[in-house]
Design a protein around this ligand. Structure first.
Ligand SMILES: NC(=O)c1ccc[n+]([C@@H]2O[C@H](COP(=O)([O-])OP(=O)(O)OC[C@H]3O[C@@H](n4cnc5c(N)ncnc54)[C@H](OP(=O)(O)O)[C@@H]3O)[C@@H](O)[C@H]2O)c1
Length: 283
């Protein structure tokens, strides 16, 4: 559908959506629009007070539960305590090009936030998910280089941008293998990747790439950035779709199903990545 916008969302009454890291940026807009359409929205946030402030002005049924997606103990606690069914899980929380740091489990924080945590969260919640898993990717996955023997950046030199790119390539491969496993199990659940193109948010606050927010023709506002997430969560897209803006280089525009990089479509790598990640996270 051309030039799709959030006013074409269906009525979502009776649908429960869990979205991670929606205290700001495209996640908060996604939560707002889903709630406006009638969904019950659960914001899974590491800073619960900030999340409550963020949802104060939102319409509809929005609640907050604590989740630090980088901390695997927090992910397990969230999944253990989560009551009931989830129609759509949106793995949105992310960080970009941050300084090197380690989680309480000793994992790289950036990779844990963008990939290990969403992997564990999804696999733990999967028995409760009835509809879709939407994981937020990035066009920067196209530059990603994975080392399956060093997913956690122990032997390679840490470079914030390279780590981000690799984490987003891992996300797209994760979605591919998840869909394969769902199909094999005869499940109707769909695994979809959505990316916002380049959207003006706080994501680049730590990065030398922060200047990009001031280049008008390259960047869209966060409202447009949220559209691919909303589209992936609610529209008729096939499992393993890669949804992003329809404009030049996929940077700006309206949601469209496109193709990720060739490296992100390699089923053999996706399988080996899944096994290596399961071993690292204890999933
Ligand atoms: N903006 C873009 O151009 C762009 C492009 C490609 C992909 N993306 C992806 O889009 C997603 C959303 O990013 P954004 O642009 O909206 O950035 P943002 O404004 O910085 O929002 C990031 C969100 O993630 C949350 N978060 C970070 N670490 C977390 C953790 N450990 N546990 C729970 N929540 C955590 C943040 O919560 P706090 O408030 O606690 O920090 C915040 O709510 C990310 O996955 C990002 O990689 C964005």
């Amino acid at each position: 559908m051309k030039n799709w916008t959030a006013d074409r969302l269906p009525i979502l009454t009776g649908t429960t959506v869990v979205i991670t890291g929606a205290t700001g940026g495209i996640g908060l807009i996604t939560a707002r629009e889903l709630a406006r359409a009638g969904a019950t929205v659960v914001l899974a946030a590491r800073d619960v007070d900030k999340a409550h402030r963020a949802i104060a002005s939102l319409p509809g049924d929005v609640t907050v539960r604590r989740l630090d997606v980088a901390d695997l103990d927090s992910v397990r606690a969230f999944a253990d305590a989560y009551p009931g069914r989830i129609d759509v899980l949106i793995n949105n929380a992310g960080v970009m090009d941050i300084p090197a740091a380690r989680t309480p489990q000793g994992l790289d924080v950036q990779t844990a936030t963008n990939y290990f945590g969403p992997f564990l969260l999804t696999t733990l919640l999967l028995p409760r998910i009835t509809g879709r898993v939407v994981t937020v990717g990035s066009q920067l996955h196209r530059f990603g280089r994975l080392d399956l023997d060093d997913l956690d950046w122990r032997t390679r030199r840490y470079n914030g941008l390279a780590v981000y790119e690799a984490s987003k390539l891992a996300v797209v491969l994760f979605s591919l293998e998840l869909q394969r496993r769902l199909d094999e199990a005869g499940s109707t659940v769909r695994s979809i990747v959505a990316h916002p193109g380049i959207a003006r948010t706080g994501l680049v606050a730590h990065s030398p790439l922060g200047f990009i927010n001031r280049v008008p023709f390259l960047v869209q506002d966060a409202e447009h950035g949220a559209l691919p997430l909303l589209y992936a969560a609610t529209q008729d897209v096939p499992g393993n779709a890669y949804v992003g803006p329809d404009g030049l280089f996929g940077f700006t525009g309206y949601p469209l199903v496109r193709k990720p990089s060739r490296a992100a479509q390699d089923p053999a790598v996706a399988r080996r990545l899944w096994q290596a990640t399961a071993a690292l996270t204890g999933a």
